[in-house]
Design a protein around this ligand. Structure first.
Ligand SMILES: O=C(O)CCC(=O)C(=O)O
Length: 170
């Protein structure tokens, strides 16, 4: 089953390289971002760029969580003395038009630069994750459902797993 998490409209800001699994953590990771351009996105007004293949190579090193003392912040998953290999490669900028949908793998590194143009770059985004029995939403995540405001489910009941007898490719 899939459920919706957040709806955010981003106006103008810098968004440093990040991956969505860090904020919408499930076990196993299942976050999928739906990012819809509401206006033209260009190199000048902060179009998104992506590091190709990074969803296969970037380890989950931090989580965006509710802090025990209140508020939200990052929790480091690896001790500070452990050197995380720096992800190398060239980010590819994806210019797009109003109405374009960009599907963002939860583990791919992506970012957007500061809007230096006179044009806004509004986008609408939400995320979907799998829910039980396929994945568990972590109770440390910054965003938590409540009885009054549960996460909406796309399906009323989870899809049945059909055993086709064919092993999934690695
Ligand atoms: O629009 C942006 O600049 C960042 C959006 C983003 O990273 C996301 O939706 O996952």
């Amino acid at each position: 089953m899939i459920l919706l998490t957040t709806n955010i409209v981003f106006p103008r800001r810098t968004f440093l390289d990040s991956y969505d699994t860090c904020a919408q953590y499930t076990d196993p990771p299942t976050a999928l971002g739906f990012w819809i351009a509401l206006e033209r996105c260009t190199p000048e007004n902060g179009a998104l760029s992506f590091l190709p293949g990074s969803h296969l190579t970037s380890p989950i090193t931090k989580r965006f969580v509710r802090l025990p003392g209140g508020g939200t912040g990052f929790e480091q998953l690896v001790p500070s003395q452990v050197q995380i290999p720096h992800q190398t490669g060239k980010y590819i900028l994806e210019a797009c038009n109003p109405g374009d949908l960009v599907l963002i793998h939860g583990s791919v590194l992506h970012k957007s630069e500061r809007n230096t143009s006179p044009h806004t770059r509004f986008a609408y985004t939400f995320h979907m994750i799998d829910s039980p029995p396929y994945a568990l939403y972590d109770n440390k995540n910054w965003l938590q459902p409540t009885l009054a405001m549960p996460f909406p489910h796309v399906l009323d009941t989870p899809n049945t797993v059909i055993d086709t007898g064919v092993a999934a490719e690695a």
